[in-house]
Design a protein around this ligand. Structure first.
Ligand code: PLP
Length: 232
């Protein structure tokens, strides 16, 4: 385990609490996804001992190996990286949540395979590319409604929320407009009933900007470096 892991985790939890207080929110509303990409299964096991059960991986293949190696059914694994269609089956069978649905094609494929594999109600998020950066995946805002309609028509998928990776800006305050936009999109979808009785998750905020994200309404923050230290 990387040096100082428990201290870092404690500090992240404190920062989450403080951000919730500033925003008048209950910390239990914010889920921490520990992003374990590039870190070995052993690190994940130690994190579990420290009370972390939700992990994020950005590559299907790396995730698969680790999920198997960790072999702990208490853990919940989120795919947070782009999903290629040829990995859809593997992703469905090993991950618990896919946060990165970004096309009609991948949604329909996931739904079809889930049906074949008797997987019901599989939780998915739609990734939105708010900054329209060439390096980021995600659906553009203009295409969101059509993709939502598709996902809602997929009997084996459960639409749980929106996810975004905003452009990197050194000052987290400058990222707030992106967080607000994602929240606005979520609010509209919620008003239209897209999430049923559920709150509609907002997965936004990483190590350098999760506090701003929480203040803007994040229900899930994805934190790697601030918990595990620099990636290998
Ligand atoms: C790597 C990654 C994170 C975590 O990034 P840190 O800056 O290390 O906290 C969060 N979300 C996604 C999609 C990632 O790929």
């Amino acid at each position: 385990m990387t040096e100082g892991f428990r201290e870092r985790l404690g500090a992240v939890n404190e920062r989450i609490k403080a951000a919730c207080e500033r925003a008048g929110r209950d910390p239990s509303e914010v889920k921490l996804v520990a992003v374990s990409k590039t870190h070995p299964a052993e690190t994940v096991r130690e994190a579990v001992e420290a009370g972390i059960f939700i992990f994020g991986e950005n590559k299907v293949q790396e995730g698969l190996g680790k999920i198997e190696e960790v072999g702990d059914s208490k853990c919940e694994w989120h795919l947070i990286g782009h999903l290629q269609s040829n990995k859809a089956k593997k992703a469905l069978k090993s991950f618990d949540v896919i946060q990165t649905v970004d096309s009609i094609k991948i949604a329909e494929r996931l739904d079809r395979i889930a049906g074949e594999e008797s997987i019901e109600d599989f939780p998915v998020f739609i990734q939105v590319d708010l900054g329209k950066e060439a390096t980021k995946s995600g659906v553009y805002e203009e295409e969101l409604d059509e993709l939502v309609d598709t996902v809602l028509k997929c009997p084996n998928l459960r639409f749980e929320g929106l996810m975004t990776i905003p452009p990197y800006l050194p000052d987290p305050d400058d990222v707030r407009p992106y967080f607000r936009r994602l929240r606005g999109l979520r609010d509209n979808l919620k008003n239209e009933g897209a999430f049923g009785d559920a709150r509609g998750e907002l997965s936004m905020g990483m190590s350098h900007d999760f506090e701003a994200a929480i203040e803007e309404g994040a229900t899930i923050v994805r934190v790697g470096t601030a918990i595990f230290g620099p990636r290998r």
